[in-house]
Design a protein around this ligand. Structure first.
Ligand SMILES: [Zn+2]
Length: 121
């Protein structure tokens, strides 16, 4: 598992590394979206931050949220080597598996999830 290798190598560099949120059930993602809608006031605004159960990479199992910020900084420098890429500029903690990144580097980021074509339904 690339994430485990990254965590081990980060530890060698003295960087603490934990997974805040990995796989989520569709029900849990739905709950997060509902909470975000009440927090941000509209579904449109909420979807800049929280995906629907259908579109979330957390539900499909390809995304992790990592912490603390030192680990995110370490991954932004070394993540592509493990095929782990930051996807959204506004979510420095959110990483997804991009196996191609090992050879080609990470793709350029979207400003936020609302700009991600995968999120258009
Ligand atoms: Zn995330």
């Amino acid at each position: 598992m690339p994430l485990r290798r990254a965590a081990t190598d980060a530890a060698d560099d003295g960087v603490e590394f934990y997974v805040d949120s990995g796989w989520r059930s569709p029900e849990y993602q739905e709950q997060l979206l509902r909470e975000a809608i009440s927090k941000y006031g509209s579904e449109e605004e909420a979807q800049r931050w929280v995906a629907t159960p259908k579109t979330s990479a957390h539900v499909s199992g390809d995304a992790v949220d990592i912490g603390p910020s030192g680990a995110a900084a370490w991954l932004s420098e070394h993540g592509s080597r493990y095929g782990l890429c930051q996807i959204y500029s506004n979510e420095p903690w959110h990483y997804e598996l991009r196996p191609d990144a090992v050879d080609h580097g990470c793709p350029s980021m979207y400003a936020d999830a609302a700009h991600d074509p995968r999120m258009q339904q």
